[in-house]
Design a protein around this ligand. Sequence first.
Ligand code: SF4
Length: 352
Amino acid sequence: MVVGGPADCLDLGSLREHVGDCHRCPLGDSRTTLVFGSGDPHAELMFIGEAPGRNEDLTGEPFIGAAGKLLDELLAFIGLEREQVFIANVVKCRPPGNRDPMPVEIAACTPFLARQIELVSPKVISTLGKFATQYMLDTTVGITALRGKLYRVGGRRIVPVLHPAAALYNASNRPLLFDDFTRLKAVLDRGDAGAPLVVTTGSADETVAFGERLGALLAPGDVVGLSGDLGAGKTCFAQGVARGLGIEGPVPSPTFNLLLVHRGTVPMYHFDLYRLERADQLEDIDFHGTLEADGASVVEWADRFPAEMPDDRLDVAMEVTGEADRRITIVPHGDRAIAVAEGLRRSSAGAA
Ligand code: SF4
């Protein structure tokens, strides 16, 4: 018997022993069998579902029955077998009548899941449906908005997908689920290309120079979303991007104009969303239409309206880490952005 908490369990076997005949939340009283999770204890890909259903509750195995069959089909679609992955749920006991797990139950059970993730140490986690996704991404945003995209949490790649059961309730979800798994396979195949690129600059000139290296790689249709507090250096970075795009004139902050257009080798649309209060005001400046126009776009305060940013983009987060020091973290989203970020990684290594 392991004393202490889940963190004291050094392998899945001792964690299972630690969970024991758990009654740490009310689900312990209504379940038949606790479903701990199963699969390769060192899997590179881990799936996290919501909760056991009736078949799982009877057998103690995750994802059997109709949803499990569809999961097997989806795994085969991306060239994997169940033995190659690890599967667990947000809660380990069946909620009565397959109702949603309650916050108190999720809070009681997820320390076990968190330790399972640490012990399996997958490179990629695919969250199946709303509850697993919201837990892993620490958000209340719905699965429809989050599915099929790549996120990073604690150095792991997270790919939310629809829950297989969604395709059983509504057949029109089936092709969406296969689309999600196509993207999941792309993430697996790509390896760690697209990992965040983090650099530190020691002066405004260095920030401009780094922005210039990025600007030199941009093409029409590329979108860069800048975030960071006032004084973090966003406009300096944008000035560098402009230089890299072949723009020679001054590049002032567009705070009062909301949008300034600069003509260079590639046009640059320079937005500043700081003064906007509502997303619908973006229509006044034809935000989405401009992003798709013939230039590269740099959007300051992009984090004010994250849902309005396109799926394919580079997120650039700027932080003040010293009087003149700035930490710049670049996270690419989408194949094109990943290619740009990899180019920037190479050019930055060459410049170091
Ligand atoms: S759901 Fe989790 S916390 Fe609740 S009784 Fe089952 S194992 Fe314990």
